[in-house]
Design a protein around this ligand. Structure first.
Ligand code: PMV
Length: 327
């Protein structure tokens, strides 16, 4: 690939139906088990990468604000990896715009590193096939590997760097009602809480092996186009995730009383014959999947708990041809 020196890419967050929680290898960001997600059609991140051969350091602007500290370091470390592969010493200016509240459990790190991997690969001249981009995005944030892929994606745990990437999966059409219970930044990052869970939870081994089984069952349900089974696996797996996180020492709890109330309301919807199933990432917001025809009714029933937005399957990470102005 030839280096373009500047490139802009857009990527969407994804919400896992079978979650990634725990690493087999921290430096290569290899997950303890595979996972499966829905890439959304909302809350995009648009990122422009412009090389600057004369600059002494990388710069990172997020939503128009110059970043320092951990956020800048994470981007700079990721760019070090890109530079090492590209044989380049050039620093870059990264300008990123997030349509979702950063750090509130809406996976802005997934859309962020998927967009950054795609734009940086073009700017520095690295391979741009989806598997390579997914492997690279994984190094920034594990879940970003899945945001390279449109719609439903399976991220293979793999047995090393080469084999741990995400691919599309055929699945029935579905919608997701995102209930924003709280937009504040989460108190414990997923990276930190994952490490703590793996080190201290007495249930961690069972979590990993049950995730492997959930993924197998989920892939089968997707192949069969069986929405009910997809939903059941999604909800029970999400509750297992939050159970294992709460079993860490010291415990971490991401769900708030309102999050639990949403899970309960979803059970009541099912009692009334509406098929809806809830999940939640490392934050208090709850995502509820439903068949397309039921989505608006599900959203209406959940409005009392917070802002609700209905989203559907979105596209994978893409370069934006005249994107210089977009970011
Ligand atoms: O990739 P990270 O570090 O943002 O971790 C993602 C963790 C969860 O969102 C809770 C689960 C998942 O599979 O996306």
């Amino acid at each position: 690939m030839t280096a373009t020196g500047t490139a802009t890419a857009r990527a969407f967050p994804n919400i896992a139906l079978v979650k990634y929680w725990g690493k087999r290898d921290e430096s290569l960001m290899l997950p303890a088990a595979g996972s499966l997600s829905l890439t959304l059609d909302a809350f995009a991140t648009t990122t422009a990468v412009t090389l600057d051969a004369r600059a002494a350091a990388d710069r990172f602007e997020l939503n128009g604000e110059e970043q320092g500290g951990d956020r800048l370091n994470r981007v700079a470390r990721f760019l070090d990896l890109v530079r090492e592969r590209a044989g380049s010493a050039a620093r870059a200016i990264v300008r990123s715009r997030n349509e979702a509240p950063t750090g509130a459990g809406l996976a802005s790190s997934a859309s962020g590193f998927a967009a950054l991997a795609t734009a940086a690969s073009a700017a520095y001249g690295l391979p741009s096939d989806p598997a390579s981009l997914s492997r690279l995005a994984r190094r920034g944030s594990g879940s970003a590997a899945r945001s390279i892929v449109p719609g439903v994606a399976v991220w293979h745990a793999g047995d090393g760097d080469e084999t741990s990437f995400a691919e599309p999966v055929e699945a029935p059409d579905m919608r997701m009602a995102i209930v924003t219970v709280d937009e504040r930044q989460k108190a414990v990052s997923s990276r930190e809480a994952m490490r703590l869970t793996a080190l201290t939870s007495p249930f961690y081994g069972a979590w990993v092996s049950s995730t492997e089984r959930s993924l197998e069952a989920m892939l089968e349900a997707c192949r069969d186009g069986d929405f009910t089974r997809i939903g059941r696996i999604t909800e029970s797996h999400a509750l297992r995730l939050h159970a294992v996180i709460q079993s860490a020492d010291p415990p971490v709890r991401y769900l708030s009383p309102t999050s639990i109330a949403v899970f309960d309301a979803v059970v009541r919807l099912r009692d009334r014959g509406v098929e809806a199933y809830a999940t939640a990432d490392a934050g208090p917001n709850v995502c509820v999947i439903a068949r397309p025809a039921d989505a608006d009714g599900v959203a209406a029933a959940l409005r009392e708990f917070g802002r609700v937005r209905v989203v559907g399957p979105g596209s994978g990470a893409e370069l934006i041809p005249d994107g210089g102005a977009a970011a």
